[in-house]
Design a protein around this ligand. Structure first.
Ligand code: GDP
Length: 203
């Protein structure tokens, strides 16, 4: 019997209003850029399968809940507040996120969104990468409008979570919906199968 998905990971996408969260999620799940986003017709649940290696499929659920194992923290490369990528802000939201997910572990990804607006850029990629590195996060710049790195952002985050699940740092637990195992038995991989990455953020 073919495995439909090895695991289901639940993710949350956070960030200030208008940084582009809805557009980012819709680009990833629907493959389109919806220019006008009406919060009154919001959808708070999205789902998509990703293949992290040939034959290794993970089902992603994107929910507005801290019952999750991965978090995309979205800031806009073009502002309005360059301070969003300053040390104190990142520190504050990381601490807040940690308090929400305890006692579980979570992987963070810092997303610099709207990278197509190069002329309005407020923070250099090097600056943001350096700051993300301080906190053990990957940083990726995306554009929902121009479909830049959107797939990469979610797939990279999924790979990072997959690695931690393989190591047992994120565990499947009865009654916790952050990670679920797949639809067929014997699909839990051994840690040897997991590709080693470089930096991880684990709290
Ligand atoms: P949210 O409040 O964080 O969910 O933000 P939205 O997804 O509703 O987007 C806010 C505004 O940013 C809208 O006018 C979008 O069209 C615009 N936007 C979203 N993503 C991008 C992008 O990648 N590039 C550009 N230039 N604009 C974007």
């Amino acid at each position: 019997m073919e495995t439909i998905w090895l695991y289901q990971f639940r993710l949350i996408v956070i960030g200030d209003s208008t940084v582009g969260k809805s557009c980012l999620i819709r680009r990833f799940t629907e493959g389109r850029f919806a220019q006008v986003s009406d919060p009154t017709v919001g959808v708070d649940f999205f789902s998509r399968l990703v293949e992290i290696e040939p034959g290794k499929r993970i089902k992603l659920q994107i929910w507005d809940t801290w019952v999750c194992c991965g978090c995309c923290s979205v800031v806009s490369c073009s502002g309005p507040s360059p301070g969003l990528l300053r040390n104190t802000n990142i520190h504050d939201w990381l601490e807040e996120a940690k308090s929400h997910v305890q006692p579980h572990n979570i992987v963070f990804l810092l997303v610099g969104h709207k990278c197509d607006l190069e002329a309005q850029r407020q923070v250099t990629r090097q600056e943001a990468e350096k700051l993300a590195g301080v906190y053990g996060m990957h940083y990726v710049e995306t554009s929902a409008r121009d479909a830049i790195n959107v797939e990469k952002a979610f797939v990279d985050l999924t790979r990072d979570i997959f690695e931690l699940v393989g190591r047992g740092d994120i565990q499947i637990q009865e009654g916790w919906e952050g990670v679920k195992s797949g639809l067929v038995p014997n699909t839990v991989h051994s840690s040897e199968e997991v590709t080693k990455g470089d930096r991880r953020c684990l709290c």
